[in-house]
Design a protein around this ligand. Structure first.
Ligand SMILES: [Ca+2]
Ligand SMILES: [Ca+2]
Ligand SMILES: [Ca+2]
Ligand SMILES: [Ca+2]
Length: 270
């Protein structure tokens, strides 16, 4: 199976999902028939074995773009959208294993930047936009031991984007505090995390402070860390979704009641 085909199936698999209310876990639904073409289009991911993706605006046109982690070739493919699909623009190579990618405006210049978990180097690589659709050279920040899953948010409410990093060796999440210039050299706080195949951020409780939610395929659980913007953890909850091996997740207010809901995908369905 080609890498692109594999990615297409993975995207579709993410549509066959469990929907859960957070943090109470009161409701669960499973879809069986996503009405999408298979695949809608095919394009090179810029490497081998694409796994994680981030949607962003890299070249400031009207169309969303993609950053794709190619886990077997240690490359991040940058694909530009054109409204009907994506075209590979370039690949960014890393010397050792990488796991996850996020995209956000880390230096507040209006251009989306990219951060990659350098699992093999114990670093989080941040590549700032060069404001023409390409990126400056990556700068590595301490990501803990074997960082894998990443997510981002303004966890200390200072207006600058911070990065949450899961250490797969120490089983903890470290919040790297952004200073609004693309620098993440200071630590906000660290908290234990039993496991995280993938993480996302949203104000789950909601108290105005973004929280971290993790899908953990090892323990078959969803973990929710309610963040306290003063630099602590307000609460930590774990719940078991209906499907086994939760591997991916996304937050959204799917029933429009003003409270975030959670979509998870079961790795065993892939
Ligand atoms: Ca674009
Ligand atoms: Ca930027
Ligand atoms: Ca911040
Ligand atoms: Ca919150």
């Amino acid at each position: 199976m080609s890498s692109t085909r594999s990615a297409g199936l993975r995207v579709l698999a993410r549509l066959c999902l469990s929907v859960l209310r957070l943090p109470r876990g009161a409701e669960e639904k499973t879809c069986t028939d996503p009405s999408f073409q298979v695949p809608g289009f095919t394009e090179s991911s810029g490497g081998v074995e694409p796994r994680e993706m981030a949607l962003a605006s890299f070249n400031h046109d009207a169309f969303p773009d993609l950053a794709v982690v190619n886990s077997s070739s240690n490359e991040v493919g940058i694909l530009w959208g054109d409204g009907s699909g994506f075209t590979l623009h370039k690949s960014i190579s890393y010397s050792r294993m990488i796991s996850d990618v996020i995209a956000a405006d880390f230096d507040n210049d209006g251009w989306d930047d990219v951060a990659v978990s350098g699992t093999g180097d114990d670093l989080v690589y941040v590549s700032l936009s060069d404001r023409s659709g390409d990126f400056q050279s990556a700068v590595g920040f301490d990501g803990g031991k074997q960082p894998t899953a990443l997510t981002f948010g303004d966890y200390n409410d200072d207006g600058d984007v911070d990065i949450a990093v899961f250490s797969s060796t120490n089983l903890e999440v470290t919040i790297l505090k952004g200073d609004g210039t693309g620098d993440f050299s200071s630590l906000f706080f660290t908290f234990p995390m039993p496991g995280a195949s993938q993480m996302t951020t949203g104000d789950v409780n909601p108290d105005g402070v973004p929280d971290v939610v993790a899908a953990d395929s090892n323990t078959n659980q969803i973990h929710t860390a309610l963040v306290d913007k003063s630099g602590g953890l307000r609460d930590f909850k774990s719940m078991t979704p209906g499907a086994s091996n939760p591997d991916g997740l996304a937050l959204g207010d799917f029933n429009e009641d003003g409270v975030l809901d959670l979509v998870t995908v079961s790795a065993s369905a892939l």
